[in-house]
Design a binder for this molecule. Sequence first.
Ligand code: NDP
Length: 466
Amino acid sequence: MGSTITNPPRLKDTDSYIDEVMATVKARDPGQPEFHQAVQEVLDSLRLALGKHPEFREARILERVVEPERVLQFRVPWFDDQGKVQVNRGFRIEMNSAIGPYKGGLRFHPSVNLGILKFLAFEQVFKNSLTTLAMGGGKGGSDFDPKGKSDNEVMRFCQSFMTELWRHIGPDTDVPAGDIGVGGREIGYLFGQYKRLANEFSGVLTGKGLGWGGSLIRPEATGYGCVYFAEEMLKTRKQTLEGKRCLVSGSGNVAQYTVEKLLDLGAKPLTLSDSSGFIVDPDGINREKLQWVLELKNLRRGRIASYVEKFPKALFNPLDSLKNYNPLWAVVADCAFPSATQNEINAQDAANLIKNGVHVVAEGANMPSTAQATKLFLDAGILYGPAKAANAGGVATSGLEMAQNSMRMAWTRAEVDDRLHKIMIAIHQTCYETAEKYGTPGNLVNGANIGGFLKVANAMLDQGLV
Ligand code: NDP
């Protein structure tokens, strides 16, 4: 297999055609395992759909959808507090604009590289399609690590990053938002520099502060949406979240508001984590404890280990990188909400979850389960909400922020929350019905992948060869 596609696909059965596309993706970009994993999952689901849609194959939609429309990579030089020059790498992947302007977050984390951002941008295309709103897919970020940096250092970095990025984005072109390491503080600095360079005040970023164009509920949206999605999954088995013991990983934006909504609905969150380890609180994380965590993480920028000093009945388990599983996922519970990062649940973790009674997994993080873990969840027949459906509430509410910015109006908290809730119900319904229609009832992975893909593929067909 060569590393470029130069001939139209030969008429083959769907399986060998899809295998050929996958082999080409791997040959072209061999060092991008996360991107391969994300593409493989979507293509595997499309095995069920492509037979019914020869027009997609004819127009080589698959070959086009795996290829970003544009990839930007740039140097980000900045001065640290000692006056020393630092150099980071900045990226923006403009993956697909068939159904709207590129839309997706910025991630600042030392692990960021082209392959990780391509996986995130690829997922974003189908996720955004599922939201029912008009948003294409993109993702960006940097290998900059905001941890341990002063506010001034973060500001100087953000200003340098935006000094290149601003010329590529715009409210009708590409609208970035937050992700790991990019919260309200970073969005503020990025927005300030954009405004200064472009000489315009527009909705070019989402996740803005409430006093300057942000939307109520945007900070809460990914976590709330993920819990709404879990609620919908449970309804199909005539159950609710009331009294359910829940494992939550991470302690950032998504984890914090997942815990808040779980408390609203009467569930009992037991765990939180960061990259140093996890805490388990047998009494449950109540509102007072959550408030303390919000201050710890968003203001003092401390570590989750200090939870046990404040609440001594809880236990802290430091990360043990020699273990081939994460003991957080071996805590006895009913539901799991992975909300930290990709591939945080491996096959052993998935087996532990299932063995210990977890029968609902709703993914707040992007691609938190490895391919083998996903397979175990599906084979076990538990309620499994894949990331591109379950965590779509964040970008959906970013879409609502864009709508409010365009109208120069602001909706109330109740109005935005109601719209978010309805969108999550609609996403679940699309996934559920699509899974059934394509012969795999209950398999929301297939439902999300096929449901998200069809709208994008049809738009690409309509718009010709671009
Ligand atoms: P935050 O930066 O607010 O929080 C991330 C949390 O995950 C922190 O507790 C962090 O710990 C932990 N974490 C990050 N990377 C790792 C790692 N490699 N190993 C262990 N722990 C890690 O990010 P968000 O809450 O915004 O994002 C969490 C996940 O949700 C990501 O997968 C993101 O892509 C996804 N997501 C976010 C959306 C949003 O609206 N923010 C929307 C949709 C998905 P530490 O501080 O120690 O690094």
